[in-house]
Ligand binder design. Structure first.
Ligand code: 5GP
Length: 225
């Protein structure tokens, strides 16, 4: 009855540090690994203990990053906590065309830039359950220095006020619930009427009219209309 736009959805997920967004995204990818793709960003920040180059980020020097900016390599980029972060353009268009949802895990300024470029993208904000919990998660990460943790906390604290720029907000109190909520949001997005390309009636009105008149045939369960 309807033909829907088969393009994938560009899903932008932002969250203050310490909101546990990494685990939410991991859950989303596990749930539907074939139809979802997480864009790997490029960054000039130092590699952390848990990083896997090429998987968590592509790591480059500041100079290499700036060269890539000049070459027009990025869809968007920003400077965050003193380091560059950027979303490479390549693959995104092809993935979307192939019906694959593309997830961008980026901070707020990057999300704002994407909104200007792709207003129809889906913007989801993951919120920590409380400021205290956010601070605890930041501290327990143990990979950053005290100063870095403090800096990240202050940035995260400010970022919470930006939530109203997003389409949806999900509080990450219980991980499974948060993942289920994001799944529900993605499902709803796919059902939006503005994704409809065509509405068509699969049977002619006259055919149904005849069936309605011929009661006997219509109540026959084997009927194939
Ligand atoms: P982290 O250093 O903790 O991995 O990331 C710091 C922040 O940079 C996070 O909020 C993360 O979402 C954001 N980020 C990661 N990749 C990109 C990107 O390609 N573009 C933008 N704008 N932000 C990014």
């Amino acid at each position: 009855m309807i033909k829907q736009n088969s393009r994938g959805t560009l899903i932008v997920i932002s969250a203050p540090s310490g909101s546990g967004k990494g685990s939410v995204i991991e859950g989303l990818l596990k749930n539907d690994s074939k139809n979802r793709w997480l864009s790997v960003s490029t960054t000039s920040r130092p590699i952390r203990e848990n990083d896997i180059p090429g998987k968590t980020y592509n790591f480059v020097t500041k100079e290499e990053f700036e060269k890539k900016i000049e070459e027009g390599y990025f869809l968007e980029y920003t400077k965050y906590a003193g380091n560059y972060y950027g979303t490479p353009k390549e693959f995104i268009g092809d993935k979307l065309k192939a019906g694959i949802d593309v997830i961008l895990e980026i901070e707020i300024e990057g999300a704002n830039n994407i909104k200007k470029l792709v207003p129809e993208a889906l913007f989801i904000f993951i919120m920590p359950p409380s400021i205290k919990e956010m601070a605890k998660r930041l501290r327990n990460r143990g990979t950053d220095s005290k100063e870095k943790i403090l800096e990240r906390f202050h940035t995260a604290y400010k970022e919470i006020n930006e939530v109203t720029k997003y389409n949806y907000v999900v509080v990450n109190d219980i991980l499974e619930n948060a993942i289920a909520k994001v799944e529900a949001i993605i499902t709803s997005e796919k059902c939006r009427v503005d994704r409809i390309e065509e509405v068509f009636l699969d049977t002619k009105e006259e055919e149904i009219h005849e069936l309605l008149i011929d009661d006997k045939e219509f109540i026959n369960e084997d009927i194939n209309i």
